[in-house]
Write a protein that binds this ligand. Structure first.
Ligand code: IFM
Length: 707
């Protein structure tokens, strides 16, 4: 029996940012960082809103954090007790990720005895606008106690402040703080309603950016005093209404609905591993996070690279979604996968505009996509640690592979669900225009027979502006082939004339073969670069936060790469290569990889499974599954903060477990299971949705049952 509970039972100031990520709760509409109730923007408190963006001045656009309706603290005999200022004698923070419940218990020693604060809260999975909190105070001596609870509009921002105007007040027992953003005048409002189970004197304070309730009472020894708060967040961008009036709902009712919703999620999502509790815990923790950020029943939204853990990476949607996260949703709740793809279909105008901007055709999707497909990535995306000046990077201009990732995600969806109908809802156009985009990238030297793609940044961002990145070329070919396959399946006058062009592109694009040693060169000239080890390259850093890539980065002239590149290609197109080639490339590239991206371990792990080596895959799988459970991880890119949760690693862990270790694939419209479990694992079982049917898969000692 593995308990899905995450516990920290010491208080450590330094863990505040990390705890904000790993204790996160969310419901797809917002994410609430795992900070404590008394915290403010100094401790990176955030109720991060999905898909609501704003620009403050000339800073980067990013998602908006709502006014925080959880802000609460206590005073005893006139003195405030709060973390991190007052050292506790006992402290425990917990996340029950089976039920989506965050809780804490803190005990302080006062001059007269001890006081205890307990709090449980959740982001409602059944009514997406709501947050519920139950806050309890007790003391072991008689005292004059005060609970101060309110809505704090002075929120944490990376590139803010985003609210330029506030309306705060109180009406019929409901307090509110509305913030209005500067760029598009979007209104984000938090309201709260509070119930007490004891007699107290209640008063209120309305300030410009905050509203507070002051609950004053005489506390008897050893008696618990409890307040229940139901809060609601709404925005002027919502396309669905809150359900119910917050004054009429009780904490218990909402909690019952919420835990029932989680039970339903786990019914299809839970993965049981026999023989390895740590792996089962980490994998299901990853699945928990994928559910906290899923835009369930929300139109026009996708998932940001750091989920709903804050404004890191501008709250933007990257290729991470279609490459690493979508598989989980396709096989558990395909409607969510469809919503993610719908976001790309709906934002094709942004992709068209971007292609045009670079003199290209078709649809070139944003590297960091915000609402409407707006490109959030700037030309200067990193700050140099030495000069403090912005550095020119080419992520925005040259990561051509993003459009192909979207087509790849779409085809995984179509194959996994059988929903070809999506092609009539804009997806066909999207595929064709992505193919037109890649066609417009092709160049041919006078005396060479093949097409090249030059001046590229592949997945390995440390080597910029290279020619014929093997991954990008192979992905472009995949897009041409997909466009051809679909035009042939659904002939139309509109697209018929494009067939010969896509056929020519697919047949003649340069696809690099393995060299005599079986290794596929990552890009033209890669083998000529210095073959230094990762440790050697690391030792050349002058500052630990220094950027490794770009023109002058320590890795740029070496074979050290940031993340899986050839490995990604091999695991995606495994039918094109023998197990021997895959193994040789794993052995070559993995030690040369800095693992500077959380997207990497899962790709290598999957590749190792494909070469029949689950024990080499296992530590990489654990790295991916436990990405948000482990302290550390890369927090800085140059001087830019990149901490937060890592949903791509979470999705990647799911892919490795299901497609790697359980060996699930689809062949000719049927599910096939060829397990390759790590030594420790005696078995695993899980459910999987495939083409509208739910399958129960059980593997025990390599015997498989699918029902
Ligand atoms: O999409 C990734 C990219 O591949 C590496 N840097 C971080 C991005 C967001 O996760």
């Amino acid at each position: 029996m593995v308990d899905f509970i995450l516990t920290e039972n010491i208080f450590n100031n330094e863990n505040i940012p990390w705890n904000g990520n790993r204790f996160l709760i969310g419901n797809g509409y917002f994410g609430i960082r795992g900070t404590l109730e008394e915290y403010t923007k100094e401790q990176m408190c955030a109720v991060n809103m999905a898909g609501i963006y704003d620009r403050a001045g000339s800073a980067w656009r990013e998602t908006v954090n709502a006014p925080n309706p959880l802000h609460t603290y206590v005073k005893v005999n006139g003195k405030k007790y709060a973390l991190p200022e007052n050292k506790p004698v006992f402290h425990e923070q917990q996340l029950d990720f089976e039920n989506g419940l965050h809780s804490r218990k803190t005990v302080w020693q006062t001059e007269n005895g001890t006081i205890t604060v307990k709090c449980e809260r959740f982001a409602s999975m059944s009514r997406r606008h709501l947050i519920a909190m139950k806050y309890t105070f007790s003391a072991d001596f008689e005292c004059d106690a005060e609970m101060i609870t309110g809505i704090d509009g002075d929120v944490w921002d990376i590139n803010g402040p985003h609210f330029v105007k506030f309306n705060s007040g109180s009406e019929d027992g409901v307090n509110y703080v509305e913030g209005i953003t500067g760029e598009k005048h979007i209104s984000v409002t938090a309201r709260d309603s509070v119930k007490l189970d004891f007699d107290a004197e209640c008063s209120g304070d309305v300030c410009e950016k905050a509203v507070y309730r002051r609950i004053v009472f005489k506390a008897e020894p050893h008696k618990e005093y409890c307040i229940e708060k139901i809060a609601e967040i709404t925005t002027s961008e919502d396309d669905f209404e809150p359900i119910g009036d917050i004054r009429d709902i009780t904490y218990q009712e909402l909690k019952a609905e919420h835990t029932a919703a989680w039970e339903k999620i786990w019914d299809i999502s839970k993965i049981t591993i026999d023989g390895d509790d740590d792996a089962m815990y980490a994998l299901n923790y990853s699945i928990y996070h994928l559910n906290c950020i899923a835009p369930r029943e929300m139109k026009g939204k996708s998932i940001a690279a750091r989920g709903l853990s804050g404004q890191v990476y501008k709250g933007a949607v990257f290729w991470d979604t279609e490459m690493f996260m979508i598989d989980y949703y396709i096989h558990t709740e395909p409607e969510i996968a469809k919503t993610l793809l719908q976001y790309r279909i709906d934002t094709i105008d942004g992709a068209r505009a971007k292609a045009k901007e670079y003199g290209l055709n078709g649809a070139y999707y944003a590297w960091e996509s915000q609402e409407g497909g707006y490109e959030g990535c700037s030309d200067y995306n990193i700050t140099d640690v030495f000069t403090k000046r912005p550095m020119r990077t080419y992520f925005r201009d040259k990561q051509y592979h993003v459009s192909a990732a979207i087509v790849y995600g779409l085809m995984k969806y179509i194959k996994g669900t059988g929903d070809y109908g999506i092609l009539n809802e804009g997806a066909m156009e999207m595929v064709i225009e992505c193919a037109e985009f890649y066609r417009s990238l092709l160049v041919k030297k006078a005396d060479e027979p093949y097409y090249e793609i030059r001046d590229v940044v592949g997945p390995d961002e440390y080597h910029e502006r290279v020619n014929n990145n093997s991954y990008t070329n192979r992905m472009a070919k995949f897009v041409f082939d997909t466009a051809l396959e679909l035009i042939e399946k659904y002939p139309s006058d509109e697209y018929d004339s494009l067939k010969s062009m896509f056929k020519d592109s697919s047949e003649n694009i340069f696809i690099r073969k393995p060299n005599d040693g079986g290794i596929i060169e990552q890009f033209d000239g890669y083998f000529k670069l210095e073959d230094a080890s990762v440790d050697e390259v690391r030792s050349r850093l002058i500052d630990p936060k220094e950027y490794w890539g770009g023109a002058y980065g320590v890795a740029a002239d070496t074979q050290v790469i940031k993340q899986a590149d050839i490995a990604a290609m091999l695991s995606m197109f495994s039918n094109d290569y023998t197990a021997d080639i895959m193994k040789k490339n794993f052995d070559y590239y993995e030690p040369r990889t800095e693992h500077g991206s959380s997207l990497t371990a899962c790709m290598y792990s999957l590749l190792a499974c494909m070469t029949g080596n689950p024990d080499a895959a296992y530590p990489l799988f654990m790295k991916s599954a436990a990405e948000d459970l482990r302290p550390g991880g890369k927090q800085w890119l140059g001087l830019i903060y990149i901490g937060g949760t890592h949903p791509a690693a979470a999705g990647g862990a799911w892919i490795v477990a299901v497609k790697g270790f359980a060996g699930i694939s689809e062949q000719n419209g049927r599910l096939v299971c060829r397990p390759c479990l790590p030594k420790k694992w005696k078995g695993m079982s899980f459910k999987l949705m495939y083409r509208n049917k739910i399958y129960d898969i059980a593997i025990q000692d390599n015997n498989v049952s699918i029902t």
